[in-house]
Design a binder for this molecule. Structure first.
Ligand code: F6R
Length: 607
């Protein structure tokens, strides 16, 4: 999704903006630009394409000036083009803006502005902001921005500079992330912390409709009624290195390798006396008795983790759980009251649909527990309780460690609720927790088998279709494996409950069609084996995953990935890792941009 960086200080702004935008590349983008204010003029340079294309436009001469705003755009309104790239200028080129999000009423605003004589240069919704700002400008930039915001509907993070206020930068956010970095004789705005971490660790996390006025030595915050806001400084404790590749070819590979360590970080501190304890979440047995049902709401991989969560919570705690895709949940009027628990799952904590679902659930009286990775993100701040996954920064667009740590959170919630509800004995809980603690070392074993996965990718990366099948928890992992493959290698892929294949999709299986069959559930092994035979009988090529000891699969499948032995309920977290690696190496063999797949964005802050 779009990225914003803004700078005001004594240094040259251009390199700071470009470096900051590079740190946000992981969010996905299709064009980039900067606006630099100097000597009473705003100099805008922007282009369709990558930041390297933007630097090419400078032709070795960076635009000089100590104040500027920069942007990477992920197209929503209007195709990726030079004209549609940000920053956008007002008609008289007095004002430049960058914007993330969507202005929903931009059509009516545009018509009004056109009637007043404003000429538009782009197809974007953002351009209305620049013209509105020019129309309302009265010398005071905060007042001007407040007036603009009062006219617009939608989501936004906005940075604005004006040639007549050469020592100021203003910004505001609503439903789209924006932070302020506090430096020595310099200050920053950015849509995410890594963009400015090189310069400062002192951050203000802006809430919705908080306006910020920056000069090089002062930062002031205001409400929409222009009341001053006092805000605590958030100190970033993680390192810039954590957001860099550390010798790996890609962030995705690094993040897959980090999984044993981060999974350990997620669970170990939450185990007290052999059972799960959440320090910051006060969930009593009475609280749980008061809950008649739960929803798990999320998007993409986080939704797949939620599906595993439903299975576990229903099995261990006997609480009915529905899993919903956030973009559907918001509009289907689900039955929610004060006896409902809504579990929101999001790596970034900024996904627009997921955030909106959270707000809707809270409005209807539900208690909201968020499972989030990014500390201080909007979802983390607005939920009643937060269970952090502590995966560290996830930069690759395709989620890997973000997803596996979400799975860990699902296990911990189910175990906690199981014991609290009296449906899971402490003895059984301790057995499962001990099994959970073996996951990191078993993942190390799987990561050690990387060469065999590379070989599989070499053999199969040029296939047109790959199907994934599995039963029970294996079905949910199949969905995630399939998503990984399609998003980074662009191979067409679908996932099915193994028993469902013969109700239609089996018609697509022909000589050589690749089917990845997950048979990691001992209790369902024989049944899945029958489904594998059905595929083989139609000429399909089967790559099977099974636990050590289930050797009969080797006689039927073409290839077998063997997983270390583990309790059936935990095999999902092992099974997904070879699937992530398979997707990764298929994408590499096809020459795809693994960390920044086409059309995708890391943090989906538009509906
Ligand atoms: C897939 C992927 C996406 C995200 C989804 C939700 O690899 O990364 O499907 O899982 O966009 O994002 P978060 O978890 O940040 O809400």
């Amino acid at each position: 999704m779009c990225g914003i960086v803004g700078y005001i200080g004594k240094k040259e702004a251009s390199p700071i903006l470009i470096d900051g935008l590079k740190k946000l590349e992981y969010r996905g983008y299709d064009s980039a630009g900067i606006a630099i204010l100097s000597e009473g003029k705003i100099n805008v340079i922007k282009t369709k394409g990558r930041l390297a294309d933007l630097e090419e436009r400078f032709k070795g001469k960076i635009p000089k000036g100590n104040i500027g705003i920069g942007h990477t755009r992920w197209a929503t309104h209007g195709a990726p083009s030079d004209e549609n790239s940000h920053p956008h200028m007002s008609m008289s080129e007095n004002i430049a803006v960058v914007h993330n999000g969507i202005i929903e009423n931009y059509m009516e605003l545009k018509k009004d502005l056109e009637k007043k004589g404003y000429k538009f240069r782009s197809e974007t919704d953002t351009e209305v902001l620049a013209h509105l700002a020019e129309m309302y400008y009265d010398g005071n930039l905060v007042d001007t921005l407040i007036k603009v915001i009062k006219d617009v509907r939608g989501s936004f993070a906005i940075g604005l500079i004006c040639k007549d206020n050469p020592n100021e930068l203003v910004a505001v956010r609503k439903d789209s992330p924006l932070i302020v970095g506090l430096g020595e004789n310099e200050n920053f705005i950015a849509s995410d912390i890594p963009a400015i971490l090189e310069h400062t660790r002192k951050i203000y996390l802006l809430n919705d409709l908080e306006f910020v006025h920056l000069t090089s030595d002062k930062v002031e915050l205001f409400t929409i009624d222009k009341k001053p806001i006092n805000k605590n400084i958030f100190n970033v404790e993680w390192d810039v290195d954590a957001a860099e590749k550390g010798g790996f070819d890609h962030f995705m590979l690094k993040e897959m390798y980090e999984q044993p360590k981060v999974i350990n970080n997620t669970i170990t501190p939450r185990i007290k006396n052999g059972l799960i304890e959440f320090d910051d979440i006060n969930f009593t047995a009475d609280d749980l008795k008061n809950i008649s049902r739960a929803f798990i709401v999320a998007c993409g991989s986080a939704y797949h983790a939620g599906m595993v969560g439903k299975y576990l919570i229903e099995n261990l705690a006997r609480i009915p759980v529905e899993v919903d895709i956030a973009s559907e949940f918001r509009y289907r009027n689900p039955i929610i009251d004060d006896k409902t628990l809504v579990i929101i799952v999001s790596q970034s904590g900024e996904t627009a649909d997921t955030l909106a679902a959270l707000r809707d659930a809270k409005k209807k009286g539900a208690r909201v527990l968020a499972v989030v990775n990014v500390v201080g993100s909007s979802i983390a701040r607005e939920a009643d309780d937060v269970l952090y996954t502590w995966a560290g920064p996830e930069i690759a667009v395709a989620s890997t460690k973000g997803y596996t740590t979400q799975l860990m959170a699902m296990y911990m919630i189910a175990l906690k609720f199981g014991v609290l509800s009296g449906n899971l004995s402490e003895k059984d809980a301790k057995h499962l927790i001990n099994e959970l603690l073996t996951v990191p070392e078993k993942l190390e074993v799987l990561l050690g088998k990387i060469d065999s996965i590379k070989e599989l990718a070499k053999k199969y990366h040029n296939r047109r279709d790959v199907f994934y099948i599995g039963r029970g928890l294996d079905h949910m992992v199949a969905l995630e494996g399939s998503l990984k493959l399609k998003e980074i290698s662009y191979i067409h892929s679908e996932a099915y409950a193994a028993g469902e294949l013969k109700h239609g999709t089996i018609a697509l299986i022909e000589e050589g069609t690749v089917v990845v069959a997950l048979a990691t559930q001992n209790s369902l092994f024989e049944k899945t084996l029958s489904n594998i035979k059905e595929v083989k009988a139609r000429g399909g090529t089967v790559i099977a995953l099974a636990q050590e000891g289930n050797d009969s699969v080797k006689e039927i499948a073409d290839e077998v990935i063997v997983l270390p032995k583990i309790d059936d309920r935990l095999s999902s977290v092992l099974a997904v890792v070879p699937l992530q690696l398979f997707a990764y190496y298929c994408a590499i063999d096809k020459g795809c941009d693994v960390d920044k797949p086409r059309n995708l964005a890391k943090s989906v802050t538009v509906e």
